[in-house]
Design a binder for this molecule. Structure first.
Ligand code: NAP
Length: 352
């Protein structure tokens, strides 16, 4: 998209930042019917931040949680009565248009990707510089924008929490969604030799294509009853008790609890995760609960894998800002399939 005419006199910018932009907005908590597409002011360039022209983004379960304000503790951080951030969206890939005071290592025109604290379902987003990295040349902005939140969750869960080693046997429960499709690929990249994916029948072929060596269709087979011995269980569903999991855990196994049932309206899966931690305490199995967060090292690692083609986001479809409602609805249904990439209209792709 050609950069629009100059409207800013800020010397640290590209000199071509429009005063307004098109953005998906949520002025209150609720279902996707509170989302609108509006013309709103382009974010200011503030210290420590980059102003990025968004050329790729994607929907995540996180966007649904923030939009709905559930579990309710989300509102303590995101705004008690209404969302503090007018525009949702966390995943961001694009071009730096302006560099805020105190930021080093970035220049106007750099292709970057990372995580925004909201605002990525917009033509322009303000992103904390330490939550971004510069992309290697020729990475597709659509692929980069589909990666940060889900890719970091899979990477940090498997590599840091699960300490996946070459030769490990890994089971991924919830393998077909945004995080799961990255997890199947990253387990292979980290050297796991047996990768068991648990998903519904319609996603069996997708899991195989991503590198799963065994796929269990949970609609016809129970993964505990199916047996096996695993060094790492990467659990996105939290739909089994610690006692049930024991029979499939190898000595010294690591169970990574990424999420769990929303059984409590205040804290969601927190009690489930605490129960799991307590149940494994004092055993030779360790339980790891974590919240993924961007780090430059992990973003750079993902960027290298994208550049080499070893990691390819499982993009189910690419939509414009008008497709954000459907994308979040699909996640809210608990049956997200791979990633839905979001590209603000007119965004150029791929990156040169
Ligand atoms: N801890 C963290 O930092 C962190 C970060 C990101 C996400 N999360 C959480 O992780 C969870 C997954 O996120 P996501 O982005 O991957 O969501 P997603 O894209 O919506 O995927 C959810 C997947 O769950 C699968 N599923 C539903 N019921 C299942 C069952 N009984 N057994 C196995 N799979 C089942 C669905 O596959 P089928 O259609 O095949 O059923 C779907 O692909 C969410 O709860 C999210 O909040 C946590």
């Amino acid at each position: 998209m050609p950069i629009p005419p100059h409207t800013s006199s800020n010397p640290s910018t590209a000199g071509a930042i429009p005063e307004t932009m098109t953005a998906v907005t949520a002025r209150r908590y609720g279902d996707t019917d509170v989302l609108a597409i509006e013309t709103i002011p382009t974010p200011a360039v503030t210290p420590g931040k980059l102003l990025v022209q968004v050329l790729g983004s994607s929907a995540n379960a996180l966007d649904w949680r923030i939009l709905s304000g559930t579990p309710l503790f989300v509102r303590l951080v995101m705004g008690l009565r209404k969302p503090k951030r007018l525009s949702p969206g966390a995943d961001v890939a694009g071009r730096v248009l302006a560099v805020g005071e105190g930021v080093t290592g970035f220049a106007i025109g750099d292709a970057v990707f990372g995580e925004a604290a909201g605002g990525a379902f917009s033509e322009y987003a303000s992103v904390t510089a330490k939550n971004c990295v510069v992309l290697p040349a020729r990475i597709d902005f659509v692929a980069a924008g589909a990666t940060p939140v889900a890719g970091l969750t899979a990477l940090q869960g498997l590599r840091r929490e699960g300490a996946v080693q070459p030769g490990d046997r890994v089971l991924i429960n919830g393998a077909a969604g945004g995080v799961g499709t990255f997890a199947v690929q990253l387990a292979r990249i980290l050297g796991a030799t047996e990768i068991t994916a648990v998903c519904s029948g319609r996603n069996v072929e997708q899991s195989r294509a991503l590198g799963a060596t065994r796929v269990i269709d949970y609609e016809t087979e129970d993964y505990i009853a199916a047996g096996g011995q695993y060094d790492v269980v990467f659990d996105l569903m939290g739909n089994r008790t610690a006692g049930e999991l024991r029979s499939i855990l190898a000595p010294g196994a690591r169970v990574v609890g990424v999420s769990g049932p929303m059984t409590n309206r205040w804290v969601g899966p927190v009690f489930h995760l605490m129960r799991m931690g307590r149940a494994f305490k004092g055993t030779d199995v360790s339980f790891h609960q974590f919240t993924a967060a961007p780090t430059p090292d992990d973003l750079n690692y993902l960027a290298e894998l994208l550049a080499s083609g070893e990691l390819v986001p499982a993009i189910e479809r690419v939509v414009g800002l008008d497709g954000v409602v459907d994308a979040i609805d699909q996640i809210a249904s608990s049956h997200g399939r791979g990633k839905v990439a979001v590209v603000p209209s007119g965004a150029p792709n791929p990156a040169e």
